[in-house]
Design a protein around this ligand. Structure first.
Ligand code: RNT
Ligand code: ZN
Length: 420
């Protein structure tokens, strides 16, 4: 590594300092990649305008399987993590399943124990989809007061659970509100549902929760499948609401028109909000939630977080679900790619480049922008993985294939028996 460090040093970049920062950046790894967003509290289809495609064998079908797979993925992802849970992953004892409006911290006791065992912070998400109380694609904005009341109770329950998570782990808990509410066709009334959404959220956030350790976020979206014409919580709603309530806006880079770039939005958001939350994904033509790639926009997002000096003010979570490939490999590939993007951002001569921009020296800036693309980045990444005790390259993949051979046949057998 001496040679590589020297090369970076010649650009004014301290490789060791970058690696030390990288290791401690928590990336919130979503539980839902492991089971195609199925969850454990109901057996109906995935709704809410999102879709998982692919039929790769071996989907986790129980809390035990999901935890085992998640554990496996974690051993191959270098650096700090949080576990991101959805309310639909509640674990009930056979005699006491409760509905989502009645969830309590104890329904997540196994997850808390799991997080504590692995030294993970916990993040949380109320689940406003895949449930019979979603009526005509509406939840908190429904014209039916019974529907709204159910989901308001769910939101409040989730704030209490998030408070418990933060206390139990000692790590702040980000609790993300994403409501799929929307319409397939052009609405006759746009402001009605938005008015009701705002009132419902106000009621949820009037509930007691730990304001010091719980960070509610609100996620916007432009459209969903079957909800093409109108989404109640669009970007304007989410930003204005977050600002008014003093909560955090969450931007998912799959939730904008395809030519919009979240990387360009971040600096504006940083100027007006204490924190910004991210769902990092890879939209392919639509909000397809492909596995995060080490691509231009992913690097550009990481570059903004680092160059704007907002690492500590950004809640980084991943949000994708691909059922067409080994699901554990998908976790690992996406997680490693975003951490790689953060390393790439930390190894930029950011201050020098900013100065060149301010001096209007665009020729030198362009030269530098292009030159740094071919520095020995891969060597530094491999060194980072090794120093975290995590294998590089194809070695980690072999471990997943060994695991697949060992556990997947058992799962297939179980599924066959259940179908009999
Ligand atoms: C959907 C949103 C949302 C979900 C998760 C499962 O478009 O991105 O964040 O993906 O809550
Ligand atoms: Zn998202």
């Amino acid at each position: 590594m001496k040679k590589q460090k020297k090369i970076y040093a010649s650009y004014g970049v301290d490789t060791d300092a970058a690696l030390a920062v990288l290791k401690d950046i928590p990336i919130s790894l979503h539980c839902w990649q492991g089971d195609d967003v199925a969850g454990f509290d109901q057996t109906g289809p995935l709704t809410g305008g999102i879709q998982v495609t692919g039929n790769y064998p071996g989907r986790a079908t129980s809390p035990e399987e999901l935890m085992a797979d998640y554990e496996m993925a974690l051993t191959l992802c270098p650096g700090a993590h949080k576990l991101n849970l959805h309310a639909s992953y509640a674990i009930f004892s056979p005699d006491e399943p409760v509905d989502r409006d009645k969830l309590e911290p104890r329904h997540f006791a196994s997850w808390v124990a799991f997080a504590q065992k692995h030294g993970l912070g916990l993040d949380f998400n109320p689940t406003f989809f895949s449930h019979p109380m979603v009526k005509n694609n509406l939840t908190l904005s429904s014209p039916d007061p019974t529907v709204r009341a159910f989901w308001i109770a769910h939101g409040k329950a989730c704030l209490a659970i998030a408070s418990h998570f933060a206390q139990a782990t000692g790590v702040p808990c980000v609790v993300n509100f994403w409501m799929p509410d929307g319409m397939k066709d052009v609405p006759a009334d746009r402001i009605g549902p938005r008015t009701r959404m705002k009132a419902s959220l106000d009621e949820i956030f009037s509930a007691p929760y730990n304001h010091r350790l719980v960070f509610p976020t609100i996620e916007s979206k432009v459209f969903g499948i079957g909800l093409e014409s109108y989404t109640v919580v669009n970007a304007e709603f989410a930003l204005a609401y977050a600002k008014e309530k003093g909560i955090t806006p969450l931007v998912d880079n799959g939730h904008f028109h395809p030519t919009e770039a979240v990387s360009d939005k971040l600096s504006s958001l940083y100027l007006f909000h204490d924190h910004v939350a991210l769902h990092v994904t890879r939209p392919v033509r639509w909000d397809s939630d492909h596995v995060v790639s080490f691509d231009d926009e992913t690097r550009e997002i990481a570059k903004e977080i680092v160059a704007d000096g907002r690492l500590e003010k950004t809640f980084i979570a991943l949000d994708y679900f691909d059922g067409s490939v080994n699901r554990i490999a998908a976790w690992i590939i996406g997680e490693r790619n975003f951490r790689k993007a953060l390393l790439w951002a930390l190894l930029r001569p950011a201050e020098r480049m900013k100065a060149l921009q301010n001096q209007s020296n665009f020729s030198e800036l362009l030269m530098l922008t292009e030159e740094i693309k071919t520095l020995p980045f891969g060597d530094v990444w491999n060194h980072f993985c090794n120093s975290c005790g995590v294998p590089t390259g194809e070695i980690w993949y072999q471990k997943i294939m060994d695991y697949e051979k060992k556990v997947l046949p058992l799962r297939e057998k179980k599924v066959r028996e259940e179908n009999r």
